[in-house]
Design a protein around this ligand. Structure first.
Ligand SMILES: [Zn+2]
Length: 103
């Protein structure tokens, strides 16, 4: 596919497909999300921060709290524990806490 043919909507369509199939067909969901990630790398389209945090970075499982992942909130970070590959991914939220403090 030439560089100009790929839009960011294609990637977000694949991600939303992965989201819709996450419960019923988890393997298809993983394949779609992996394809979206690969396309974003090949065509140098960055995923947004929100898009990056919706799936496991190791096995591309879509995060559904309590079904495919557990979510724990710590002092300054949120930990996603993937129930498929048992990977723990931690994201900071210190900036949000600071902004809340200043209000
Ligand atoms: Zn995983």
């Amino acid at each position: 596919m030439p560089k100009s043919k790929l839009n960011t909507t294609d990637i977000s369509d694949l991600l939303s497909f992965g989201k819709s199939k996450a419960k019923s067909h988890p393997n298809e969901s993983r394949k779609a999300i992996k394809l979206a990630w690969k396309l974003s790398q090949k065509f140098r389209k960055r995923l947004t921060q929100a898009q990056k945090r919706t799936f496991c970075n190791k096995c591309f499982t879509y995060y559904i709290p309590a079904l495919t992942a557990t979510v724990r909130v710590g002092k300054s970070r949120v930990a996603y524990h993937c129930l498929h590959c048992k990977t723990i991914t931690k994201y900071p939220y210190k900036r949000e806490q600071k902004a809340k403090r200043n209000i």
